[in-house]
Design a protein around this ligand. Structure first.
Ligand code: SF4
Length: 600
């Protein structure tokens, strides 16, 4: 279950929140205890100038974003301009002499603030574009195209002016609960309606100006993803700060003007649950342009002192489901779909080992459009795992592992453990694929998803597993030629997890060779499967193949604490492979790894 986004999506605040001169922030308490003087952006707009030019736009709300947000410079003092990164040959842009490195500054006299403006303004077949060429000279040129022809421009990023930053001081903000030494490149807290539309990040609308509002309506920038949290003004203000009502009023006006919204509620115990939640859902249901509502529980780390519980207790999780279900029944009857969804974590916390049986059916999740919000991931995972078993893929993976004398240790966060262990035990993979559940001590609190696991927790867990399983296979592998290790296989060589980073850990000695009592000491070197050589039926003698899901790494192949797979291999003293997160994919990859292992 990957409730949280991958490392590329979780953008954290490393430049710690700073005081704003206009004292615009207001919140009674927050996770970090510094909210009164800790807003990054505010009504004085000074924050717009604070976004670094290459800073990534972030997921908003409770660090449950969706797709990685695009990057773009923040140049609040300059007119926006769109950097051209590619020009399609024989296109109108090419014919006009544009080259990569030129800028577009306007269309028919209108500034280009973002890709939405470009699409909006370039809809005609004859346009006049302002530009700055490679020599820095500005000019204007008319372009013409055939009907339906593309203009031929590719731009850098999607926002050409400053990314709009968050002006809130949410008590639950995950980015303010992070270890102080998180890397600086993950710092931007955006709250930009354009990224909400383009990339699916959630916005609060608290920073929306009258001009923004008019533009959203005119250009019909819809649907938006909006953090609702609570409709009760006092509850909302207590949660996100003094601009809460501004955002709620703006939301109401946009809805009335026909803008559609996917709403999110970050549920905080004793703040917006219970009757406040009922009221919020009733408020939202009365507004048909709120297409659906996703409810996610508070996530908290150990790096704060304000929260010590969320909805991890089964009774607390069930209480939320009990509030949600009547709304779902009504929506199903009246609208044909459940409309409101509790995040997977509520079901996992409520039903633990029974989660796979209790999670709502596939039809409940429609097109799984809230997947990135942690809604429907367990159902999707269970469906895929069941399909792998029914279709024989799990059996083939088990046979491949048996033949290679391998056992897979699949690294997962504690969120998966309650139900994944049972699913595996009931499948042909029992004993061959053994989840290696890793506690997240780096973040602590109730952070338990696989996607937020760090090397500092993964490595000790693997080392411990290696030590537990060391007697046995290492001797055998040494005898049959460890130099032909499966880690050099084509499968691994094709792995996109490019290792480019430094090595922060000193390599440690590999696990000790096994004791002499091992049965394999009687086996002659051979290319027969190790288990067959050994003649034993126990899985304890299978060599462990450690795999980590790709979600633990970002696009550069590093974990949240800046370790590469190679770093972890050296520190753990054992090979580690990277596989997909989805059962149908990772079982196929495991078969390939096992096949490579048989070549020993
Ligand atoms: S303070 Fe609130 S709106 Fe701003 S980034 Fe944090 S959770 Fe999102």
């Amino acid at each position: 279950m990957e409730i949280y986004p991958s490392p590329d999506i979780v953008r954290q605040a490393d430049d710690r929140p700073r005081a704003c001169a206009c004292d615009d922030a207001e919140v009674s308490a927050c996770a970090c205890g510094e909210a009164e003087a800790s807003v990054l952006a505010c009504a004085c707009d000074e924050a717009e100038a604070s976004a670094p030019a290459d800073a990534p736009a972030s997921a908003s709300a409770s660090a449950r974003g969706s797709a990685p947000a695009p990057r773009r410079a923040a140049r609040s003092a300059e007119p926006p301009r769109a950097l051209i990164t590619a020009v399609e040959p024989d296109s109108p842009a090419y014919d006009a002499g544009f080259e990569p490195g030129c800028y577009l500054t306007s269309v028919d006299g209108q500034p280009l603030r973002d890709i939405i403006d470009w699409r909006w303004l370039s809809a005609e077949d004859v346009i006049e574009v302002g530009y700055v060429d490679l020599d820095g000279d500005a000019g204007v040129v008319e372009l013409e195209r055939e009907e339906g022809e593309d203009w031929g421009f590719t731009f850098e990023g999607v926002v050409f002016d400053a990314v709009k930053l968050c002006r809130n001081a949410c008590t639950f903000c995950f980015m303010r609960q992070l270890p102080a030494h998180m890397r600086p490149s993950l710092s931007l807290r955006d709250d930009d309606f354009r990224l909400s539309f383009l990339s699916g990040t959630f916005v609060t609308l608290t920073n929306l100006s009258a001009e923004d509002e008019a533009r959203i309506i005119e250009q019909h920038i819809s649907p938006l993803r909006v953090s609702l949290h609570a409709s009760d003004p006092a509850a909302r203000r207590a949660l996100i700060g003094r601009h809460a009502q501004h955002g709620l009023d703006a939301l109401d006006r946009l809805l009335a003007a026909g803008i559609e919204v996917h709403a999110q509620i970050v549920l905080v115990p004793e703040a917006n649950d219970g009757d406040v939640l009922r009221g919020t859902l009733a408020w939202a249901y009365a507004r048909p342009n709120i297409l659906n509502v996703g409810i996610v529980p508070l996530g908290f780390t150990k790096h704060q002192a304000f929260f010590d519980h969320s909805f991890n207790d089964p009774a607390a999780a069930r209480a939320v489901i009990d509030i949600v279900e009547p709304f779902q029944r009504r929506a199903l009857a009246e609208r044909g779909e459940p409309w409101v969804h509790a995040a997977d974590e509520f079901y996992r916390n409520a039903y633990l080992a029974d989660t796979a049986e209790k999670i709502p059916p596939t039809s409940h999740y429609g097109d799984f459009s809230l997947f990135e919000d942690g809604i429907g991931i367990i159902r999707s995972y269970v469906d895929e795992f069941d399909a792998a078993c029914a279709g024989g893929l799990a059996r083939r993976a088990a046979d491949a592992l048996d033949a290679a004398g391998l056992r897979v240790r699949y690294v997962v966060g504690e969120a998966m453990q309650p139900f994944l262990d049972r699913m595996v035990e009931r499948s042909p993979l029992a004993g061959r694929l053994v989840p290696l559940t890793v506690r997240n001590t780096y973040f602590g609190g109730n952070v338990d998803v696989t996607g937020l696991l760090c090397a500092c927790d993964i490595v000790p867990a693997i080392k411990e597993a290696v030590a537990e399983n060391a007697p046995g296979m290492d001797l055998a592998l040494a005898r049959i030629g460890e130099s032909a290790s499966w880690q050099q296989s084509d499968v691994r060589g094709d792995d996109p997890m490019v290792r480019t980073k430094r090595v922060p850990h000193e390599p440690e000695a590999p696990a000790a060779l096994p004791s002499e009592q091992d049965c394999l000491s009687d086996c002659a070197p051979s290319d027969r499967p190790l288990r067959e050589m050994c003649g034993r039926s126990t899985f304890a003698h299978l060599r462990d193949l450690f795999v980590i899901p790709r979600v633990i790494l970002n696009d550069a192949g590093v974990t949240l604490d800046d370790a590469t797979v190679e770093d972890m291999e050296k520190a753990a003293g054992t090979p580690i492979s990277v596989v997909s997160c989805n059962p149908l994919d990772y079982l196929t990859e495991i078969i390939n790894l096992a096949a490579a292992g048989r070549a020993l």
